[in-house]
Design a protein around this ligand. Structure first.
Ligand SMILES: [Zn+2]
Length: 100
């Protein structure tokens, strides 16, 4: 799966792993204002790093679920075709890497 930054939309675009499939999932970069549920440590200080880590993990889980739900819409034959395409592309890349 490829991911690209789309400047005009300020999103990370996650493409479907199947090369010929036009589906994609746009996810905001997170650069704007965000709200976190920040826990207090036993000593009373705020655990901001923990809140950010939790937010990143939750966003990754949501994104994976979205991509996985889409990936399941493809047939086994489409996956086989994609694997064959990737093997051919890899073979070409390996041949080209040996050229002087
Ligand atoms: Zn797809």
């Amino acid at each position: 799966m490829t991911v690209e930054y789309v400047r005009g939309l300020d999103v990370f675009r996650h493409h479907c792993p199947i090369d010929v499939c036009p589906w994609h999932h746009d996810e905001p970069t997170g650069g704007g204002p965000r709200r976190f549920a920040v826990d207090r440590r036993p000593d009373g200080t705020l655990d901001i790093g923990g809140a950010i880590n939790r937010d990143v993990a939750e966003r990754a889980q949501r994104r994976e679920a979205i991509v996985e739900a889409h990936a399941e819409t493809h047939t086994a034959m489409e996956w086989v075709t994609e694997v064959r395409r990737l093997r051919r592309a890899l073979a070409v890349a390996e041949q080209e890497s040996w050229r002087p």
